[in-house]
Ligand binder design. Structure first.
Ligand code: NAD
Ligand code: ZN
Length: 368
């Protein structure tokens, strides 16, 4: 690596860690891991797409730092966030006698990070965990903040743990092989961060639409850094989403309550970010109706999503009743009431609890 990485620190008591962002950083993975979780061995979890591309480089870097790495390759795709895949992963750890000081390293997108992170949280009641995100979604969202987990037939991410990594090692060079669809989908999370926390960052997106779509290297690095900073602040303030006053970390779920329902209804044929883009369009409608967001601002965000190549209307048929049933299974349900994160004003968030039937229907209709 020619220049030193940009560092974003997550300051949590006893569990502070660094997010390092640098072109070519994958080749320095071993040294960075050795500095933070010294061990002779590690297990590296990746998927069937990422493995052939980056596993050799990661393993060589670990070897150069004196760490022998076992490799575990899971099938690419959301279906790997399952109890069955977790069970197979734990079987491999058991057969390797994976010890308490030996890190588990996730090399891949959010699927690998969520699965490997959950395995790290529960194997021997917790072994060191390192995130090496290779998708944009994982670089700007999934690898940051310690949420790990798998899906249940009843809904997404219903089984999981808060478990912070020791290090997040982000090498934007890995994005060169990501499918354009996956890159674009992840931009939805960046727009989400801007909408809930940083109107100036929203304007930045608007002026950088062309460079973002072209994956211009410096623009993408700036995007990753700002997203990591925004998410880090939420995690520091409300690590376990327990805020009693205000929305706290749950603000990051903006667009996700309906987004997760759409993701499930689509049988995961939509990318997570695509479903989030649609979920945000619905949440913006709820914001206009329920807490006074101006129609001008709503249209501004919808226009940005569309300009970035994200869906703002749903190509698949949406059955309102099925969506409603899915909403009932969401983790945001408390006291049997469905809670939506809404934005009264760009850069601010609030809860909207049990919106009336007409508003909910209008939010779903907005997607047609
Ligand atoms: N834990 C969290 O806080 C959090 C936050 C956001 C999303 N998530 C989860 O993350 C998942 C979505 O993440 P994702 O979009 O990264 O999905 P993903 O892991 O399925 O990756 C998307 C696709 O890109 C491929 N890929 C990844 N990196 C690549 C690279 N560099 N080159 C070529 N191909 C590459 C993968 O194999 C996969 O096919 C969802 O399960 C979502 O729930 C978790
Ligand atoms: Zn998301």
């Amino acid at each position: 690596m020619s220049t030193s990485p940009v560092t974003v620190r997550i300051n949590l008591p006893q569990r502070a860690y660094d997010l390092l962002i640098g072109h070519g950083l994958l080749h320095d993975l071993g040294r960075q891991v050795a500095l933070r979780c010294p061990a002779m061995r590690a297990a590296i979890v990746t998927d069937s797409n990422v493995g052939p591309l980056y596993l050799d480089a990661a393993i060589q870097s670990l070897q150069a730092a004196g760490i022998a790495a076992a490799q575990i390759v899971v099938p690419a795709g959301e279906a790997s966030k399952s109890l069955n895949q977790l069970s197979q992963l734990l079987d491999v750890l058991a057969s390797h006698h994976h010890a308490r000081d030996e890190p588990i390293i996730a090399l891949g997108g959010g699927v690998v990070g969520d699965l490997a992170g959950f395995a790290a949280a529960i194997w021997l009641r917790g072994v060191p965990f390192v995130q090496c995100p290779t998708s944009l979604e994982a670089m700007i969202d999934a690898s940051v903040g310690g949420k790990t987990g798998i899906n249940h037939a009843a809904g997404k991410n219903l089984i999981g743990a808060f478990y912070q990594p020791r290090l997040v090692c982000i090498d934007p060079a890995c994005l060169s092989t990501l499918l354009p669809r996956d890159y674009t989908a992840a931009l939805a999370e960046s727009v989400k961060h801007a909408v809930i926390a940083d109107p100036a960052f929203l304007a930045w997106h608007e002026t950088h639409v062309h460079d973002l779509r072209a994956q211009q290297a410096e623009t993408v690095c700036a995007l990753i850094e700002r997203n990591c900073q925004i998410k880090a602040r939420y995690v520091e303030q409300d690590e376990r989403e327990e805020a009693e006053k205000g929305v706290g970390r749950a603000a990051l779920n903006f667009g996700h309550t309906i987004g997760h329902a759409i993701e499930a209804v689509s049988s995961y044929s939509l990318r997570h970010g695509e479903a989030v883009s649609l979920g945000m369009v619905a949440a913006l409608e709820l914001s206009v109706r329920g807490c006074g967001l101006s129609d001008v601002d709503r249209r501004r965000v919808e226009a940005l999503l569309a300009a970035l190549g994200l869906p703002v209307r749903c190509a698949i048929p949406l059955d309102a009743n099925e969506l409603r049933a899915r909403l009932g299974a969401d983790k945001k349900v408390r006291d049997r009431r469905v809670r939506f994160v809404v934005t009264p004003k760009l850069g601010e968030t609030d809860w909207l609890i049990d919106p009336n039937e007409e508003d909910l229907r209008a939010a779903i209709d907005r997607l047609r």
